[in-house]
Structure formats: C-alpha cells, structure tokens
Design a protein around this ligand. Sequence first.
Ligand SMILES: [Cu+2]
Length: 143
Amino acid sequence: MNRRAFLAGSTSAVAVGLSGCLGILNTGGDTESGDFDVGMGSSFFEPRKLEVTVGTTVVWKNTGMRRHTVTAYENSLPDGAEYFASGDFDSEAAARDAWRSGYGGTIHQGKTYEHTFEVPGTYDYFCVPHEVSGMAGSIVVTE
Ligand SMILES: [Cu+2]
C-alpha cells in the first residue's frame, strides 16, 4: 500500500512538471485513470452508475483514503446472477458480518476489486461502512 502511494505521488509530480507542455497529462491529479472503471472516494462511487455489456469485467479502485467495500444488495440481483462482494462473500449477510467482525472485505487505499457480469440487468451495491452516508452505486448490464 505504501509503495503504491509513493508511486502515485511521484507520477503526480512528473505530471505537474509537464503540465502546459502536454495537455494529455493534465488530468488534474487523476494520474492513474484507465486502470479502473469505478473509483471510490470518501463516501461515494464515481461514476455512481455504470453501463456495461454482458461479459464485461468491472474494476473498482479505492482512489480515496478510507477503507471501503463493494457489496452487492442481494435483493437487487437479476435472476440467475451470481452474488458479488469484495472479500468474495456469497451473501450480503456474510459480507456485513465479516465487516463487523474485523473489516472483512476491505478494499484498501490504492487496491482494486473486480467482478465479471454475465447476466443482464441492474445490480445495486454499496459500501458497508459508508452505507449510512449514501455510498452506493449501480451497474447496468446490457446484452
Ligand atoms: Cu466506503
């Protein structure tokens, strides 16, 4: 985790040094864009809603400073869809219990979680510790 943070910091310094010369690097500090689909800020997912096609692997990345989870709302899953949650729990209850008993399912700063969506439909999910702050999102999977 520390190494990742160090690398991100040094990349940022380079980008600042070159800003004005190369517009493509002028990304406002988002120096690692492209290696994830959904970022995780202090208490939000960005973008909150993402549309993908069947078979797409969505990558979430903790782009913030706090511990987060990606935890599907079990009742929201389309028929036949596989449950998903960081920590690979097989139910929402298991994910919630694991968080309470030791931060199970945590995606640490700079780390990623990914899931491949094989069934069309809308999947709602949330972050266990920040659910109360409205940290939730959805993935819309189309044929
Ligand atoms: Cu969170």
